[in-house]
Design a protein around this ligand. Structure first.
Ligand code: GDP
Ligand code: MG
Length: 163
């Protein structure tokens, strides 16, 4: 069985954008009827010849902030149980939020590889802003612009080394 990589993080940071990019080459499935890409949450990917499965968490979260928080806790716990490695995604446009801090607190206890991925780093100014995420206490991070693919290669290089 191939290793499992879970993408966790609060809503709107760009988890599904990264997920779709990772599985695109092999598994993008366009619905024959509607013509739109189906919303998938599990997919296969590979990098440098290493195959792995990817879980996009949080696809069904709706409701109040309270519901969000509970749901995110559940996702993270599931990821901790089932995944071999975790991509924790945050968003430099919004900056560090309370929810990010809560997730970081859970992940700091995890004995599995955790990759802090700061998304929406679309330009050099935002790369400077990314330093504020050191406050999460997770150490080094990877900056991404998932919307155009920036930074994903460095993240994947590091990730597959741990699988
Ligand atoms: P999710 O809720 O974490 O799955 O986030 P989505 O993947 O649905 O993305 C939320 C929003 O952020 C969408 O409008 C995306 O187009 C946007 N987004 C995702 N990645 C990037 C990025 O790298 N840069 C910018 N500027 N926007 C992004
Ligand atoms: Mg999503």
């Amino acid at each position: 069985m191939s290793a499992i990589v879970a993408i966790v993080g609060r809503p709107n940071v760009g988890k599904s954008t990264l997920f779709n990019r990772l599985i695109q080459r092999r598994e993008a499935i366009v619905d024959a009827v509607s013509g739109v890409t189906r919303d998938r949450h599990y997919g296969k990917s590979d990098w440098n010849g290493k195959e792995f499965s990817v879980i996009d968490t949080g696809g069904y979260v709706i409701g109040s902030d309270d519901v969000f928080e509970k749901e995110i806790d559940k996702q993270v716990e599931l990821a901790i149980d089932e995944a071999d490695a975790i991509i924790f995604m945050v968003d430099v446009e919004t900056g560090v939020t309370g929810m990010d801090e809560d997730v970081a607190k859970l992940l700091r206890k995890v004995k599995k590889p955790v990759f802090l991925a700061i998304n929406k780093v679309d330009n050099a100014k935002r790369a400077e802003d990314a330093v504020e995420f050191y406050s999460l206490g997770l150490g080094e991070y990877y900056t991404l612009s998932s919307i155009n693919g920036g930074g994903t290669g460095d993240l994947l290089d590091a990730l597959v080394k741990e699988l």
